[in-house]
Design a protein around this ligand. Structure first.
Ligand code: P5A
Length: 449
């Protein structure tokens, strides 16, 4: 993308309404614009990051064997009356009436809708296990929407639902989700720690929240510092192997880690040596639940078991805050100049800065680099504007592309450009082909020059 043809409305000033760094940087980098309280438009740069996060979520869900689909945002109130949640959900539910006087709602979650789909089409234990998921906008009329996309009213969520014959099978589905979530967050450059949590309006008391430690997080957390040494890493796992998934759950949840909802000071003090006790704040980027037959029983979602008896299925649901993750990643990865995108989600793979737009040699070198990046199957944001160098660098730092190639007439005389890492700030001079080779290496592509 050429910056001169892009839509990147960066702000010079700090917006007064933003209280936390991710909100401030998302506004300043031209990623989002508030449309109404807690409701945002995703401008082109923000939309790219949102799509990248979504892509990683899809890939990891499907790797775990979960099946993508799409349900609507508006739902009929009748289904929620069947489960009993129409009244229970309270003020957070946005209720709408259509022209025929029918009660509708903007879905805050989809347990009822998916259970209705399931009961209409599945009748035998032979069709199980089954996990369906979608990524769709949700609406919760939060009392205090704040911190930009972190606590929105309209937000983008991946929600998955497992259907199993037995509790043991459903617990395996739970464990499988835990493993796939660990992989998902790590691919986004995040460490998200599973912590014992509460079921709230979704239900069940078998649930973990995934928290990214950050001072600006809304949840208080208590944990054993050893837990921060754990990484899932690149290990291969067979998602059908129940003991293997169970072992990962145990590895990641055996140490004390709880949110303030479930924290127990006595247990904390007893189980964790004082030197390892930590109290901090965290951002909840996901939550997994096992709630058994909470929805299947009242809604009649049953299957015939091996003996032909109809039994309600065991279910769980599993959510990832896709739009919230954009903010969470920034909270975890920025400096005083701006955002520092992890390579997995960056909106462009690298920036190209032309220090002297209009200089024939500099222009030609930039064009060649731009084409080489594209030939790798990667995308560069080429700053081909007439701005002065300082302003170009400030924009690059603000929007946080992990790599920048700087091209100027002086370097070109010696046959070199400059490659700069946004994370370390280190710059190195090298021939253009070497810069391309490095970019290819970073993103796991083979350079053909
Ligand atoms: C699990 C999927 C559920 O709704 N039902 C379907 C279950 N869980 S949850 O914990 O309530 O939400 C899942 C994740 O969505 C994000 N989230 C939000 N993001 C932005 N703004 C909000 N107001 C908001 N509310 C929830 C969180 O990341 C949460 O973990």
């Amino acid at each position: 993308m050429r910056l001169s043809r892009y839509f990147l409305p960066v702000l010079k000033e700090n917006p007064a309404e933003a209280q936390i760094v991710s909100h401030r940087l998302m506004l300043r980098a031209g990623m989002i614009k508030q449309a109404a309280s807690g409701i945002y438009s995703w401008l082109p740069l923000g939309y790219r990051v949102l799509r990248n996060i979504e892509r990683i979520v899809h890939e990891e869900q499907q790797r775990a064997g979960h099946i993508p689909m799409l349900m609507p945002t508006l739902q009929s109130a009748d289904l929620w009356r069947e489960s009993g949640r129409y009244d229970d959900y309270g003020e957070e539910m946005l209720r709408v009436t259509d022209r025929h006087g029918r009660d509708m709602l903007y879905g805050p979650t989809n347990e009822e809708l998916i259970t209705d789909i399931f009961r209409s089409h599945v009748g035998s234990y032979r069709d199980l296990p089954l996990t369906l998921y979608h990524i769709q906008w949700k609406f919760r009329d939060e009392v205090r929407p704040r911190f930009g996309v972190m606590r929105g009213r309209e937000f983008y969520m991946k929600d998955g639902y497992n259907f199993d014959l037995t509790e043991a099978d459903a617990k395996h589905a739970y464990n499988r989700h835990l493993v796939s979530y660990l992989r998902t967050y790590e691919r986004m450059g995040l460490q998200a720690i599973p912590m014992k949590a509460e079921g709230g309006p979704i239900g069940g008391d078998y649930t973990h929240e995934f928290l990214v430690l950050a001072e600006t997080g809304e949840s208080g957390v208590f944990y054993d510092s050893e837990i921060t040494d754990l990484r899932f890493g690149h290990r291969e796992i067979d998602y059908d192997d129940a003991p293997a998934c169970q072992a990962v759950l145990e590895e990641f949840t055996s140490r004390y880690a709880r949110t303030d909802d479930t924290h127990d000071e006595a247990v904390f003090n007893e189980r964790v040596p004082e030197a390892r006790r930590r109290q901090a704040r965290g951002i909840e980027v996901g939550q997994i639940f096992y709630f058994g037959t909470k929805y299947s029983e009242p809604m009649g979602a049953t299957v015939a078991d091996k003996d032909g008896n109809r039994v309600p299925v065991h279910m769980g649901s599993h959510g990832i805050g896709v739009s919230r993750l954009t903010g969470a990643i920034i909270e975890a990865s920025h400096d005083d100049k701006g955002i520092i995108w992890p390579e997995g989600v960056t909106p462009f793979h690298c920036g190209i800065v032309n220090l002297k737009q209009g200089d024939t040699k500099a222009d030609a070198a930039c064009e060649a680099l731009y084409a080489s990046v594209a030939a790798l199957g990667l995308e560069a944001l080429y700053d081909d504007t007439e701005e002065r160098a300082g302003a170009k660098f400030a924009t690059q730092d603000l929007i946080g592309l992990p790599w920048r190639i700087t091209v100027g007439p002086r370097g070109l005389k010696n046959g070199v450009v400059e490659l700069t890492s946004r994370r370390t700030g280190e710059s190195e001079e090298m021939p253009p082909a070497a810069a391309i080779e490095r970019i290819a290496q970073v993103y796991g592509k083979a350079a053909s020059i």
